[in-house]
Design a protein around this ligand. Structure first.
Ligand SMILES: NC(=O)c1ccc[n+]([C@@H]2O[C@H](COP(=O)([O-])OP(=O)(O)OC[C@H]3O[C@@H](n4cnc5c(N)ncnc54)[C@H](O)[C@@H]3O)[C@@H](O)[C@H]2O)c1
Length: 363
């Protein structure tokens, strides 16, 4: 079925049944067909069916989490190591010549969405790269505090830190709520001596509905978290960067390309907004030496995506076939980029987007 036919049918169906209510009946036919699919027609159909089955069985909730899955990170990573190796080649404390400006030593770092997932890995990476002051911001206070304690304990146990050396504090904050963000950044300011050097805004959510069935309140919620959340946090961080600093907004390759087969238009346009927010703020704040960049990951293998893909081998193959490097990113693949953008090593980089996607957006 051509995209035009799909859209025409979809529009006809929708106008025939106003108002549009979420239903399972019309969803299966609503994916637009990729023009350059690498799968056979039969496998493509299987991919759509497998994804649809997953999507219908697992009603998405806030964040990219659904209650059917237990998010096991960080405890289930190999060697009790949450995407964060500090031993072995290419990892760990480096004692030879290294570009000093890549160090996060002495910097006060704030990471949102840092109780788990990529935000958590990025917070740990800043500490691995020398930071001793780290604010872990996430929706649930207890989760954020537990993540902060876990981080500090981990570096004492595995990262040669002294007891008390890592000043990690967890904050409960809804980034979609301006008052909550303002109050949290005030607390961070008091706790960490009045200034912030580096912010990573990683809190974000994703939900998948076909456009005509996407409940408006959910679209608004997604925009509130992904776009307004980045906006509020960037503003509050910038106020506390009197001599300049780095703001990294986590976007997605979905901000510049359309991923298939999953329908996620609002997520895509939210990330396009984040990407352009970084460029616009970069220009506005350039004279104040506040750099704003966008880090856009491709498909990254968190425990969440792993569980989804293990249950959907056809979907997994569809994703993998579209990645020139032939694999999903490991969270640790983002470490170099976040340190580059967060540190003084990128002191003349602002308004840039670095896409870490194994080549996905080249096609
Ligand atoms: N995992 C991927 O493949 C991938 C790819 C591209 C971009 N991203 C982006 O990376 C970021 C992190 O993704 P992830 O895979 O680690 O997701 P995740 O769901 O594992 O983690 C997101 C974190 O954000 C927190 N959060 C959600 N809503 C919040 C709110 N209103 N206030 C404060 N915290 C909130 C969650 O509690 C969670 O800890 C997101 O912005 C996501 O869009 C992820």
């Amino acid at each position: 079925m051509s995209l035009r036919t799909t859209l025409t049918r979809s529009l006809r169906a929708s106008s025939a049944r106003q108002p549009i209510a979420p239903s399972t009946r019309v969803l299966a036919r609503s994916f637009s067909k990729p023009t350059n699919s690498v799968l056979s027609a039969e496998d493509e159909e299987k991919s759509r069916a497998a994804y649809e089955k997953h999507r219908l069985e697992v009603e998405p909730k806030l964040a990219s989490v659904d209650e059917h899955f237990t998010f096991q990170e960080p405890k289930k990573w190999k060697n009790d190591d949450p995407g964060h190796d500090v031993v072995g080649p290419g990892h760990g404390k480096h004692t030879k010549r290294t570009l000093a400006s890549l160090s996060m030593d002495g910097k006060v770092c704030v990471v949102t969405g840092a109780a788990r997932g990529l935000g958590n890995m990025m917070a740990r990476t800043f500490v691995e790269s020398g930071a001793s002051s780290i604010a872990i911001v996430d929706l649930n206070k207890a989760d954020a505090e537990a993540a902060a304690k876990d981080l500090a304990d981990w570096f004492v146990k595995h990262g040669e830190a002294e007891e008390g050396e890592i000043h990690a504090v967890g904050y409960g904050c809804d980034v979609a709520n301006e008052d909550s963000v303002k109050s949290t950044f005030s607390q961070i300011e008091s706790e960490f001596g009045g200034r912030i050097d580096s912010l990573v805004s990683a809190a974000g959510i994703v939900e998948n509905f076909v456009a005509h069935e996407y409940p408006t309140d959910k679209v608004k919620k997604l925009m509130d978290v992904n776009v307004m959340g980045s906006w509020y946090c960037a503003l509050e961080a910038a106020k506390r960067m009197p001599e300049g600093g780095s703001i990294v907004l986590v976007g997605s390759m979905s901000g510049s390309v359309v991923n298939v087969p999953q329908p996620q238009t609002p997520y895509n346009f939210s990330k396009a907004a984040v990407r352009h927010m970084a460029r616009s703020l970069a220009v506005e704040w350039a004279k104040q030496n506040i750099r704003v960049n966008c880090l856009s990951p491709g498909y990254t293998l968190t425990n969440l995506t792993k569980v989804i893909l293990d249950n959907n081998p056809v979907l997994r193959d569809e994703w993998l076939h579209r990645i020139p490097m032939g694999r999903l990113a490991d969270p640790s693949d983002l470490k170099g980029t976040v340190v580059l953008l967060g540190s003084d090593a990128s002191k003349y980089i602002t308004g840039a987007e670095i896409v870490v996607d194994g080549g996905y957006t080249c096609l």
